[in-house]
Write a protein that binds this ligand. Structure first.
Ligand code: BG6
Length: 501
């Protein structure tokens, strides 16, 4: 495995350099790292893409991207230095000659910027291009370690990683035919978020939570990743994916794993990934009739969120007019281990929901009501610990309190921690953290091959079941509401309600 944690000179090659991710996240993220002096002193970036353009045009475009999307205002002097390390390389992804030329260009750039032949390849392309890129890097000898540097070159790959279990396995094999696992960095950008990293800190650096973190004291868990946006201009991709593939297989299952895992033996990448992996292995798979019982999907219909009107999903650009792709999914999982036996984990994610909010809500068990039954007019609510992933990052804990007065009732009050007020300033963007970690050679926040496959292993039976039991149309929910009726019924069957954050 890549054991070093040191910023070494390197060149970053971004495949798909004219795409949205490069413009919105990668180059602005690199610029913010430059601003914080967290880039290696000897460093260069090569944008690799199909369109014809000069280095200067690429630099101009990236300047605008930084102006628009970076966390820091553009500083002319810093930009000049940064831009002098930016290059553009034109080639299609399937042209062997383009990789030959890349090899020569890499030598040239390495000599000029003293990056010592260390390279990171970042695949920010449509997934259809992954096979070609890996194949050609391998064939051109560009994937082989330069001399004794066994943890280089590194390859970073965006999601979606595969379309189901079989394709994910094939892709893993293909990547590993060129790079060993210790050099493959599979992105799940949720892991780059500060608040997601804080889940472990909150659980294991505080004495008061871990002793209660089990089926004896926790009643159930709700994990929500809700978006107010629709599919926007990504209808072409999204209609072949859907919420289960797009969000559940990766982001929500990762949140589940971090919430439910055992304390790792150390902070080494593999110690943590082993524990997450064990959680994914202990999730009780939904199969056959359980799928109809515990998996709910829906599709947004027309509606309004704030000032914005939404058309039905089926009317969105590049979406099939008879599409049965889900834009909302809710699942009920249980975990087959001693810590969590009998505790339901409810996961939901959807587009066009009323609020943009990602959170993990841990509901503790109800207390016996005997003492306060008379005083508590509304009943005593169970304690809920909410880890707010975004926006308004923080955590809160509800508790019962006596209301002041001689005839005091009981009321639920909240202890609340906000990142903004406690720490001020802005947190690094997920991609800054992830880019920095790739340069350091730290794989903790990246998904290992077995994790990706285990996650696909959990969602693939659902995909197959839905494929085998085709419907004319999915239940719809009006844009701006919390998903289809069946999502409410999923919790109501257990006597619960979804939180309305
Ligand atoms: C991406 C999905 O992985 O995550 C998108 O492909 C989704 O559909 C996005 O909008 C949400 O990310 P964030 O960071 O805005 O919550």
């Amino acid at each position: 495995m890549a054991a070093e944690r040191e910023l070494r000179p390197c060149t970053l090659v971004i495949f798909g350099a004219t795409g949205d991710l490069t413009k919105r996240k990668l180059v602005p993220g690199l610029y913010s790292l430059a601003q914080e002096q967290l880039l290696p002193k000897n460093f260069a970036v090569i944008g690799f893409a199909r369109r014809d353009k000069t280095h200067d045009v690429f630099r101009q475009e990236m300047r605008q991207a930084v102006q628009e999307f970076a966390r820091y205002p553009l500083d002319d002097t810093l930009w000049e230095t940064f831009a002098s390390r930016l290059y553009y390389h034109r080639s299609t992804f399937d042209d062997a000659m383009g990789y030959q030329r890349l090899q020569e260009f890499l030598h040239e750039v390495s000599a000029r910027h003293e990056t010592q032949d260390r390279v990171i390849y970042y695949l920010s392309t449509p997934p259809e291009a992954y096979n070609d890129i890996v194949h050609h890097l391998h064939a051109a000898g560009l994937a082989a370690p330069p001399g004794p540097q066994r943890s280089w070159p590194r390859v970073v790959v965006e999601k979606p990683f595969g379309h189901d279990l079989e394709t994910a396995r094939a892709l893993n094999l293909h990547f590993r035919s060129a790079f060993d696992e210790g050099r493959i960095y599979r992105i799940d950008h949720y892991l780059g978020k500060e608040t997601v990293q804080n889940i472990m800190v909150l659980r294991f650096a505080n004495g008061i939570f871990e002793p209660l973190w089990n089926q004896k004291y926790i009643d159930h868990v709700q994990i929500t990743v809700a978006e107010t946006l629709g599919v926007e201009d990504r209808g072409g991709y999204y209609d072949t994916a859907g919420a289960l593939r797009d969000m559940m297989q990766n982001h929500l299952l990762q949140l589940l794993a971090l919430t439910a895992m055992e304390p790792p033996g150390s902070l080494r990448a593999d110690a943590i990934r082993n524990e997450k992996m064990k959680v994914l292995e202990t999730v009780h798979p939904l199969l056959g009739a359980d799928i109809d019982r515990y998996a709910v999907r829906g599709q947004y219909g027309p509606g309004r969120i704030g000032e914005r009107e939404f058309v039905a999903y089926r009317q969105e650009p590049r979406v099939k007019p008879d599409s049965t792709t889900e834009t909302f999914v809710a699942l009920r999982f249980t975990l087959d281990n001693w810590r969590w036996a009998g505790v339901p984990f409810y996961l939901r994610s959807g587009k066009c929901l009323p609020n943009r909010i990602s959170e993990i809500a841990i509901q503790f068990r109800q207390v016996p009501q005997i003492l306060f039954r008379a005083a508590a007019q509304t009943g005593i609510e169970p304690n809920v610990l909410v880890l707010r992933i975004q926006p308004d990052e923080g955590a809160s804990l509800t508790m019962a309190s006596k209301t002041p007065g001689l005839q005091g009732d009981l009321q639920t009050v909240e202890m609340d921690f906000h990142y903004g007020t406690s720490f001020g300033g802005s947190s690094p963007e997920a991609y800054e953290r992830l880019l920095y970690d790739v340069m350091l050679g730290d794989q903790t926040l990246f998904m290992r091959a077995d994790e990706v496959e285990a996650a696909w292993g959990l969602v693939t039976p659902l995909l197959e079941h839905w494929e085998a039991h085709k419907v004319e149309a999915l239940p719809t929910y009006a844009a701006g509401t919390w998903g289809p009726q069946a999502a409410e019924a999923l919790l109501a069957a257990d006597g619960y309600r979804w939180r309305r954050p």
